[in-house]
Design a protein around this ligand. Structure first.
Ligand code: NAD
Ligand code: UDP
Length: 320
């Protein structure tokens, strides 16, 4: 079993949960992050742990370390964040992934890539299976992320073909939970914060577009199972919750659970916003014996409690 893990993006939403889970599982973790969208506070529970160390580092620059595995979770994942510096996002996914593949190759370790359902673009196949090649606009405003992640997968599998590197790729579908930033910009955190502050809830477009939301603990369990699976299981493998909701339904659910007085308002649909998204998780069920356990209402409640506390501490309190 790989014991020493370099985890890039460790101060982010998913990276910090994964770092904790790996340390609890007996791994020694070196976290890398440049705090682009992550926060040191996410690592507060790990900083005194002897099995965890942290290096402030931008993965667009090379890094060297002795390790058994390299996990790449470094990349802004929220559309406003990854579009704010689109060329930077492309560099993170190309140069950054290349640097981490080089690190894994030099260390003769396993490389694990956090890929995304965005690989499928605005999909014509529904639900999406891993062999679906996707419908991505290569020159649109989401391309820096979608195409960046696609080239990261291409690099990963070329390292497997040419250098015989052990690799694994997970395609993550919309995941939410505690430690998302208040100003992250993704839909779950936006709606919860708006509801708690009594502000208008901003549904983009007609709200009939769909997403399938996975709670972070379920996702991390699937990732760890894939990471620990037989080296022949490379993925790409979908990990996500196959229960699909419209964005309008999500807004209603958040209002119902928070008891908010917020009103739903419409805002323009961003260009190339996928109309539907739902994972086919047959491969994860078959190879990892994994499926999500936390229903949306339950996961939202845990996430709402987290944001209530963050807003209370920042002095914004509850206006809803
Ligand atoms: P996040 O923005 O919270 O975390 C990304 C982390 O990467 C942050 O800590 C950020 O500071 C760090 N980072 C960004 N650029 C960096 C750089 N150049 N060098 C070092 N660190 C850098 O987002 P997240 O939701 O935790 O996503 C983590 C990974 O999972 C990303 O690769 C993302 O594409 C992937 N993913 C997430 C989701 C999801 O629903 N959360 C879905 C699909 C894929
Ligand atoms: N969305 C919305 N209001 C918001 C933020 C997002 O209606 O305040 C919509 C967005 O247009 C998309 C869906 O919610 O259809 C999911 O958006 P998110 O940015 O969370 O993730 P992604 O589009 O990358 O799946």
């Amino acid at each position: 079993m790989s014991k020493r893990v370099v985890l890039a993006g460790a101060a982010g939403f998913l990276g910090s949960h994964l770092a904790e889970r790996l340390v609890q599982g007996g791994y020694t973790v070196t976290g890398l992050d440049n705090f682009h969208t992550g926060h040191a506070a996410n690592l507060a529970g790990l900083m005194d742990n002897k099995s965890f160390s942290f290096v402030e580092h931008d993965i667009r620059l090379p890094f060297s370390a002795n390790c058994d595995a390299v996990m790449n979770f470094a990349c802004p994942a929220s559309p406003p964040a990854y579009q704010a510096n689109a060329i930077g996002t492309l560099k993170i996914n190309f140069h950054g992934t290349l640097n981490l593949l080089g690190l894994a190759k030099a260390a003769r370790g396993t490389f694990f890539q956090a890929s995304t359902s965005e690989i499928y673009g605005d999909p014509e196949l529904h639900p999406q299976t891993e062999n679906y090649r996707g419908a991505v606009n290569p020159i649109g405003p989401r391309a820096c992320y979608d195409e960046g992640k696609r080239v990261a997968e291409a690099l990963t599998f070329e390292y497997r073909r040419q250098h015989k590197l052990d690799v694994k790729v997970v395609r993550i579908f919309n995941t939410y939970g505690p430690r998302m930033r208040v100003d992250d910009g993704r839909v779950v955190s936006n709606f919860i914060v708006q509801a708690l502050l009594g502000e208008n809830i901003t549904v983009y477009g007609d709200g009939r577009q769909t997403r399938s939301f996975c709670y972070v603990d379920d996702l991390v369990e699937g990732i760890v199972r894939l990471f620990q699976s037989d080296p022949l299981i490379t993925g790409p493998m979908n990990i996500g919750n196959p229960v699909e909701f419209t964005i309008g339904e999500l807004a209603e659910l958040v209002i119902a659970i928070t008891g908010s007085t917020s009103k739903i308002i419409r805002r323009p649909l961003p260009e190339d916003d996928p109309r539907q998204r739902c994972p086919d998780i047959s491969l994860a069920r078959q190879h990892l014996d994994w499926e999500p356990k936390i229903a949306l209402a339950e996961g939202l409640l845990k996430t709402i409690r987290y944001f209530e506390e963050v807003l209370r501490r920042s002095g914004k309190g509850q206006a809803a």
